[in-house]
Design a protein around this ligand. Structure first.
Ligand SMILES: [Zn+2]
Length: 509
């Protein structure tokens, strides 16, 4: 796609109305509730195929995100064309050539399995492919896997081993207690794969380490880690982190198994082979504020409330929660308004599929896979999108440096695209303002990352989607004339149970 020179701003008034309450919400509490899990699919043969296509797409995205960090967050989608499946890739920064070459090799390996006719050949090739794929994925993902290994060695091993040693001292001999035997075994296993008793790192190959981490996933080793990670236990957070990191280290083998399973069960989908294509990333942009006087606490609250008693009530609550009469928040807002925005990878893919009317591989299933659960705003945007994409899981964190897909000056259909986008943004403004009011009323300030407590947006969004009307409310102009119920507290908020979910991708181990 050639990129025209100038991005057409969504009507400035609308974007400002969007970012102002968002800045304040972010200042108060950047985590908007529990992680939201993937949609549950019913358990029947056709659903299994849907699930497998989703897992395949997520796995493609995950293995391509070979490094940690926001630039490498990668989204993938499968397009059905007469020439075969086009695997579309997009990342927050441009997809590197090395990623495309890697994925082409992976998909060639998958296609060799698809091409086998006899059952015997198929299973033999699948087994070989799993080994080859694991090795390729471990090699390619070495930067990411080495970070996980280093974190275990540097942050987890010493405190975890010490705590387990203390446990053994206090809980008798291995003869009398099955648990002590299990703890002993785990200590030994950790020494073998990470660090010996002198703190020296042992160096199994990444491939051996990754296989070992995969192999322990349903064993007593991991159950023992999980026991120490239990609520209220000393250093339970370190054990919880250890548990997650071991799972992440084992993902290459899990990923290769998903790829070969898809090759054996979705042979019809994949019979004509694959082509890899990419969508370019967005150009970073400043937030839509001009003078220093925009996006101050006073201005934000003024714009939110036409009713002065409600404004006073809101400010009183805010002051009661903050020190320095809001100065703290104001200086935070000033810093945050310098943030630069970009369009996240999953939204770039949605935008590409929308503009080009691409057909997804599975009819009726508009699925975008991602190496990471969606952020709070992408999840909201996708949920409210009129084309009804499959709603992704979300880690529910607010990123100020977010913006909706761009529309370019002079491109065909620009007016229609802008109008559609404005509709979504207006509904998002309503939800963000609702959240802000709930936040102030709840007095739960600044939730730590990955906390269990929440005031969730989930139920609100789900109920909007279920009872969705064909004519979303449209902003009619004027400072306070939105048809949205801007400041009614969100009463229909449910708590989500905490899940031990990998936030790096959609493929649980
Ligand atoms: Zn996002």
């Amino acid at each position: 796609m050639s990129r025209p020179l100038r991005i057409s701003p969504i009507r400035r008034k609308v974007t400002r109305r969007f970012y102002e309450p968002l800045l304040l919400l972010h200042a108060l509490s950047p985590i908007r509730g529990e992680r939201i899990k993937s949609e549950i699919i019913p358990d029947d043969p056709e659903s299994n195929h849907i699930q497998l296509r989703r897992s395949f797409t997520n796995t493609i995205a995950y293995i391509c995100a070979y490094k940690k960090g926001p630039d490498h967050v990668t989204a993938a989608a499968l397009e059905k064309t007469p020439q075969g499946v086009v695997v579309w890739l997009c990342a927050n920064a441009d997809v590197e050539d090395g990623v495309i070459t890697f994925l082409e090799r992976i998909l060639a390996c998958v296609h060799r399995v698809v091409e086998k006719d006899s059952m015997e050949d198929l299973h033999q090739e699948a087994s070989l492919a799993t080994q080859r794929l694991t090795s390729m994925i471990v090699d390619f993902q070495a930067p990411r896997l080495n970070v996980y290994r280093a974190e275990i060695i540097e942050s987890c091993i010493v405190p975890c081993q010490k705590l387990m040693t203390d446990y053994l001292k206090n809980n008798g001999s291995a003869d009398r207690d099955k648990n002590t035997l299990e703890v002993n075994n785990l200590q030994q296993w950790l020494r073998e794969y990470f660090c010996d008793d002198n703190g020296e790192s042992t160096v199994p190959s990444l491939l051996d380490l990754s296989k070992a981490c995969y192999d322990i996933r349903h064993t007593q080793y991991l159950k023992t880690v999980s026991m120490f990670a239990g609520q209220g236990r000393t250093r339970h957070e370190t054990f919880e982190r250890l548990y997650k990191l071991l799972g992440k280290l084992g993902k290459p083998l899990k990923s290769s198994k998903i790829l070969t399973e898809a090759a054996t069960k979705l042979a019809q989908d994949f019979s004509q082979g694959f082509t890899v294509k990419t969508v370019p990333s967005s150009v970073s942009q400043h937030l839509p504020f001009r003078g220093k006087k925009e996006a101050t606490l006073d201005r934000i609250v003024n714009r939110m409330f036409s009713d002065s008693s409600k404004k006073t009530e809101f400010m009183d609550r805010l002051r009661s929660l903050m020190s320095g009469e809001g100065e703290e928040i104001d200086s935070f807002l000033q810093r945050e308004r310098d943030a630069k925005t970009r369009v996240h990878a999953e939204l770039l893919l949605i935008d590409y599929f929308e503009r080009n009317s691409c057909n997804f591989l599975a009819q009726g299933e508009k699925y975008i896979g991602c190496s990471k659960p969606a952020c709070y705003l992408c999840h909201m945007y996708i949920t409210l999108h009129p084309s009804r994409y499959t709603i992704p899981p979300s880690h529910n964190k607010v990123y100020i440096g977010w913006r909706p897909p761009d529309v370019y000056v002079g491109e065909s259909g620009a007016f229609r695209l802008l109008q559609a986008q404005e509709r979504i943004l207006l509904r998002m403004i309503g939800l963000v303002r609702d959240e802000l009011s709930s936040e102030i009323k709840s007095r739960n300030m600044r939730l730590p990352y990955h906390t269990d407590s929440t005031t969730g947006i989930t139920t609100t969004l789900e109920s909007m989607r279920l009872g969705e009307t064909e004519t979303p409310p449209v902003y009619a102009g004027g400072p306070e004339q939105s048809a949205l119920s801007l400041l009614e507290p969100n009463e229909d908020v449910g708590l989500r149970t905490s899940e031990d979910e990998d936030d790096e991708g959609g493929v649980p181990i």
